[in-house]
Design a protein around this ligand. Sequence first.
Ligand code: BO1
Ligand code: ZN
Length: 223
Amino acid sequence: HTHWSYDGDEGPDHWGKLTQDFSLCSTGKNQSPVNIQSALKTHHGKLNLTFQPGKQQIANNGHSIQINVSEGNTLTLDNTTYTLQQFHFHSPSENEIDGKRFPLEAHFVYQDNGGALAVLALMFNQGAANTQLAQAWKQMPTDVGKTAALFPPMDIKALLPKKFNYFRFSGSLTTPPCSEGVIWMVLNKPATASAQQISQFTSVIHHTNNRPIQPLNGRIIID
Ligand code: BO1
Ligand code: ZN
């Protein structure tokens, strides 16, 4: 597979020319992340989430810390059911809200039976230590390529705010191959993580892992 990174010769400005497979990273017109202008209304539509306790694996893939989850966590949107595959983190945040960049952003990656992706994004402000992150952060593999069973598994429901609205728009994977047609839903209510939790993440990843903001090219944030 082709190497890519967050800076230098294999950084975001070069992704599109590293291989034909990544060409959308430079030619795509519906790329992520974006700066969300909140004046364009938030979506109040129903988002039906279900959670199922189950085994989780925590992995250091060199680009992020990713938690792979077992079946049973679903999101239903417009009569389509998506199943949670994994969630992972970016620091600082990739998406911005009214030009504000947050120190941490979690991406919950859901997929439907046809392979279509929907990503639910949760921002974190720096503040109180996050009790849900605490156990996982203790078990974060420091070596690239390492995976460990996460015990106890993270309580995903407890990580998310109890009530929220979200900004919805069409976008892409924020990493190569930058595939489009991804439904993005960015929650408008941030969680918190401590300065120590944020810096531990960056030191394990060794670098920041946010792709620069991409142009909206006329895309609207759906109401
Ligand atoms: S992100 O949320 O835009 N940062 C993002 C970036 C890459 C992926 C997912 C989300 N990769 C995809 C793979 C699929 C896989 C899916 C779920 O993750 O391209 O093959 O099924 O793990
Ligand atoms: Zn991501």
